[in-house]
Design a protein around this ligand. Structure first.
Ligand code: FES
Length: 371
């Protein structure tokens, strides 16, 4: 197979398979698009099985089975098995509120390699409030116990924001208590539904600095026992995050209906054309589709990025954020201190941090159930 591209494109390593947008939780920081894909649009089992085989052939090593809540797919064990048959490492990203012991054993028997469990808070009050689900925290704790009892490796994922940033130490304690090997502390990213709630989610710079110190102290204290990954909110930063480690460099995203995206929020960039696995092979999409080539490499970068020594470290930051905050996806990420928009973004972060703390919850039932 020959492919046309100027940039030396390597095969992807990871694939996020969004099996469904349906979800039992109502998190205000949901990064899925505001317009969700409906149940009747979801790829069927056979198509996902083909996609996993094509992913392995393309060079993908890890598949993250995600959503929404992937456990809402009745065929989840078959999909896990398809990953295993293709030689892919399978990671289930779940809210952990609707998988009982029998189902978890079925998934483990199918060959599931790893479980990543989200916690919206480190205590029942906060988790249940953020997820807008009574009893969610207790169910997640029980699920975590089943995961480790069965012998599956467990990672806890905590999306942090103004309403739970004070709980860093408690999140760390929870991860240790539940037997997790890794804790991911990721600040809410303001795309999709999260953008609607930005003023309720944005922390102050002081809160962020304190959280960073707490993470560092915990890392030192728990060296060799718990790995802690942390992504801080970048509106308060001087340098942009290397979003996706570069557009079209290492990973791809398949939506429930089969559209293949370079990043989770790429559909917010209106002029991009996304190819679908129903019409194209995954390899052709990775190498040749217009969306993947739009911001690949460094040729697309504005002059300030082109002449920056960090251009192959930051990769220009985040395209979706550039569009959202400047109106142009080909601008440098305005979080960068070299951006003419940098001061404006920092002011916006300060204003949002003093914003209304009430959440606008995401209510999936109206948009996806029974569709
Ligand atoms: Fe799309 Fe960062 S989320 S490039």
């Amino acid at each position: 197979m020959t492919h046309s591209q100027a940039y030396d494109v390597q095969p992807p390593m990871g694939m996020l398979a969004e099996l469904t947008h349906r979800c039992p939780l109502q998190c205000p920081y949901c990064s899925n698009p505001v317009a969700l894909e409906r149940r009747r649009q979801e790829l069927d089992t056979a198509t996902w099985q083909r996609v996993f085989a094509e992913a392995a052939e393309l060079g993908v090593l890890q598949v993250h089975l995600s959503g929404g809540e992937p456990a809402l797919r009745p065929d989840l064990p078959e999909l896990v098995k398809a990953c295993v048959d293709a030689g892919l490492y399978s990671n289930l990203i779940t809210a952990g509120v609707n998988i009982d012991r029998a189902r978890l054993e079925t998934l483990a028997d199918a060959g599931l390699d790893h479980v990543q469990l989200s916690f919206q808070g480190a205590t029942p009050e906060v988790t249940d409030h953020v997820a807008n689900m009574t009893g969610a925290h207790a169910r997640k704790r029980a699920f975590a116990a089943e995961v480790t009892d069965i012998g599956l490796p467990l990672t806890l994922n905590a999306v942090i924001h103004r309403a739970n940033l004070h709980q860093i130490d408690e999140f760390v304690d929870l991860a240790v208590e539940l037997g997790a090997r890794r804790l991911e502390i990721a600040h809410a990213q303001y795309y999709g539904w999260a953008l609607v709630n930005r003023a309720a989610l944005m922390p102050s710079r002081e809160q962020v600095m304190e959280a960073v110190e707490r993470v560092e102290a915990a890392r030192e204290r728990l060296q060799g026992r718990l790995v802690i990954d942390a992504v801080v909110p970048d509106y308060h930063a001087r340098l942009p995050k290397p979003c996706m480690n570069g557009w079209g460099r290492q990973s791809l995203n398949v939506t429930p209906s089969g559209k293949v995206l370079p990043c989770h929020a790429a559909e917010t960039i209106p002029h991009l054309e996304f190819w679908n696995v129903a019409d194209h092979g995954l390899g052709d999409i990775w190498y040749d589709s217009p969306a993947f080539n739009a911001y690949r490499g460094t040729d697309w970068m504005p002059e300030t990025c082109q002449s920056c020594e960090r251009k192959e470290i930051d990769w220009g930051g985040c395209r979706c954020q550039a569009l959202m905050l400047t109106g142009d996806a080909a601008q440098m990420d305005p979080v960068c201190e070299k951006s003419p928009y940098h001061d404006e973004v920092q002011t916006l972060a300060v204003l949002d941090a003093a914003g209304d703390p009430d959440f606008t919850y995401r209510r999936f039932a109206r948009t996806t159930e029974g569709a």
